[in-house]
Ligand binder design. Sequence first.
Ligand code: ADP
Ligand code: ASP
Ligand code: MG
Length: 457
Amino acid sequence: MMKFGGTCTSSGDNILRIVDVVQRRLERNDKIVLVISAMAGVTDSLIDLINDALSGNLSKVDEVLSSIKEKHVQACARAIKDEELRRDIIQDIEGLLYELHFMLRVISYLKEASMRTRDRILAFGEKMATKIVTGALMSGGIKAEYLTGGQAGIITDENFGQANPIMMLCEEMLKKNLIPLLEQGIVPVVTGFIGQTVKGVETTLGRGGSDYSATIIGAALEFDEVWVWKDVEGIMTADPKIVPNARPIPKMSYDETVELAYFGAKVLHPLALKPLIEKRIPLRVKNFFNPDSPGTIVHYEAPNDKVVKAVTMIPRVAIITISGAELYETPLIISKVFKSLYDVGANAIMVSQSSSQTNISIVVSGEKLNSILERLKETLPRNCDVSWESDVCVIAVVGSGMRGRPGVAAKVFSTVAKEGVNVRMIAQGASELNISLVVRQEDAIKAVRALHEAFVG
Ligand code: ADP
Ligand code: ASP
Ligand code: MG
């Protein structure tokens, strides 16, 4: 279909850099769809606003809203040179903030915010940033059109907070809505993170979901590449905020990157690669502050020269252990445990079963702990004991080079043992792409740094 093409995600913070990148790609006759995420910290502020509204703290709500407004108005002043356009975009942002304020007041009166309402609120960050980027592009003489994810054609199920795209519908709608714009030389500027149900209700794709929006669009339009723009040199050997000497990884395979994102590398949404894998579309992770550097390219193959390519961490998880079941009951108990996770929309990050088969431990996100415990209490028979431990972290070493190579696990454990770190639970994926372990929260950074030093340092 389209000879050249790309989808970029980027934070609304780097607006003039976005204009520059788009300009350069258009000069090469590339077709581009831009996907924009919220400005830094705005989604977190929106979550705080919901909590402030729920606790009736309306003066705090007003204070935070005016600082959000200030941030966006300042961004308009920096990025939109054309005065009339700037005035229009600021007016649009004021309109969005008015709507947001109204919704927060309703939350504070009702003292209730369902997942559906939360999604409506969280969507404002992307909408405001996308408005500014659209204005900045137009002000730079580029034909651009603002669309929400839903207007573009990202159609999802009703799993508010972590909605799943319905790919067949997305493909049809995205093609129908975006291709005519591209054919007219218009750059569609789409809010990341946001979708909508078949009935037109707004949803979000989970934290970090703008990456996912970009790959859904890139796959639907069968683009040549999808680029995600970050504040780092690409996918790195560890989170540089934890390991200062982490280095960029030039090439990663889809499999390795899926593991890395799943095991906590916040650089990419865990599901973002899914739409690209089937169509074998490469993903590039690029640095906004250094656009000419190649960043990381993720494709179906990558050299497995290194045993371990990266060390990752999922903070704030919990181990739940179910014991006491008779041996013959274990399969039934396990099925009830997983059904309980499903009922509360939780995921088992790691699973381990004791050899006597009467003990099963699962690692879950700390946020979901209470709802899972409640559900287990309702579903499990009385002879089962449920215990848990919070304040623990999952750490994983990831790389296809460990496949079939003996001694990797031994090195992992001796490395953390040397640091005096106690390992609470271990697991290795059958694909042999990762080894993961659970350690206490207070030991986590020490363990990540030691593993990085031992394997990639
Ligand atoms: P945010 O969602 O916080 O705006 P991005 O989506 O732009 O961040 O992702 C970049 C961030 O991901 C970096 O600032 C970095 O701290 C974090 N990160 C975590 N693990 C890695 C990793 N292995 N490689 C690169 N960045 C990582
Ligand atoms: N703004 C959303 C978040 O902070 C989505 C994203 O940044 O990709 O999670
Ligand atoms: Mg992100």
